[in-house]
Design a protein around this ligand. Structure first.
Ligand SMILES: *[C@@H]1O[C@H](CO)[C@@H](O)[C@H](O)[C@H]1NC(C)=O
Ligand SMILES: *[C@@H]1O[C@H](CO)[C@@H](O)[C@H](O)[C@H]1NC(C)=O
Ligand SMILES: *[C@@H]1O[C@H](CO)[C@@H](O)[C@H](O)[C@H]1NC(C)=O
Length: 281
């Protein structure tokens, strides 16, 4: 039987081996994703740590009526998806992230297996064929689609295609945020004003929910200043959500819960971010 120390050492060696060049990168400018595009797990952990907006997560998991199917574009480590799986009754919960996020203690045990909750579709939707997307369950609609601070990492010339992709998957609700001009951040290559995003989604047939947007921004955690400024909520016309009223806010969204803290939800990932990836403690 291996001792606890050996198990830990083996785990660390495996993770370090897997992360290879990223961990050895001498300066932050060598981190994957610095020039935009896909990020590795350590890029996420070093740049953001376990950045998890509990207020936003509660809105995603507890909106009323409940959502059953959920799609995240640019899910990174998959923390919001894992939260939705653990706290809600949603059954189909898929995150898109090109780089496989399978490592010791990841919320994803395998990629491309949509029977898991949460599931990671390790695919670049800009280049994938319809058959590949269909095989990953990505040609259908989802009650809730969301993408949080991702599109600014994708070249501007692809934004139209991305907006088409997102809107065509929305059955009921879209929650979206992307960096605004001069926000500045790691690998931001295409920041755009919030008004332009409203136009992108309303011109494709969604309704902008300005009241719900205000309320979601208010429940976002204080330290997530960019969520408080950038989050936008849209609905498919004719659905319950499109009435843009506060009845979508259940009591659970408004009440913070100490068990939602990242150190409680994902203690192993928290440890890994500092020990393996060198993120500030
Ligand atoms: C999940 O379903 C159960 C049984 O219907 C219900 O009691 C519970 O409130 C639901 N959970 C959420 C977060 O809506
Ligand atoms: C996941 O599916 C995508 C799309 O078919 C494919 O490109 C990728 O190689 C798959 N990844 C793994 C690890 O199976
Ligand atoms: C909010 O919208 C729902 C769905 O249409 C409706 O049943 C409810 O009466 C509305 N509530 C308020 C306060 O307008």
């Amino acid at each position: 039987m291996m001792t606890r120390a050996t198990v830990l050492l083996v785990a660390v060696v495996v993770v370090v081996g897997w992360m290879g060049d990223v961990v050895e990168a001498a300066s932050q400018t060598d981190l994957a994703g610095a020039q935009g595009n896909a990020w590795t797990a350590c890029t996420h952990l070093r740049v953001y740590g376990l950045n998890f907006d509990q207020g936003l997560a509660r809105f995603l998991a507890y909106s009323n009526p409940q959502v059953k199917s959920v799609l995240e574009f640019g899910c990174g480590l998959g923390l919001y998806l894992d939260y939705v799986c653990r706290r809600s009754n949603a059954t189909k919960v898929i995150g898109i992230e090109p780089e496989a996020m399978t490592f010791e203690n990841s919320v994803f045990s395998r990629v491309n297996d949509t029977s898991l909750c949460p599931a990671q579709a390790a695919v670049n939707v800009l280049h994938a064929s319809e058959a590949e997307l269909a095989a990953l369950g990505l040609m259908s609609k989802f009650d809730l689609v969301y993408s949080i601070e991702v599109l600014e990492h994708i070249p501007r010339e692809f934004h139209d295609k991305m907006a088409d992709f997102l809107v065509s998957r929305v059955d009921k609700l879209l929650v979206f945020s992307a960096a605004r001009p001069n926000q500045e951040g790691w690998g931001h290559i295409a920041e755009r004003p919030t008004e332009e995003w409203i136009e992108e989604f309303t011109s494709r047939g969604l309704v902008y929910l300005w009241r719900v947007t205000e309320l979601v921004r208010r429940v976002c955690d204080k330290r997530n200043v960019n969520h408080k400024r950038n989050i936008l909520v849209f609905a498919r016309p004719g659905t319950f959500f499109a009435d843009d009223n506060s009845s979508v806010f259940s009591r659970q969204i408004l009440l913070s819960n100490p068990d939602d803290q990242p150190a409680v939800m994902w203690p192993e990932l928290q440890a890994m971010s500092t020990k393996v990836c060198g993120a500030p403690a």
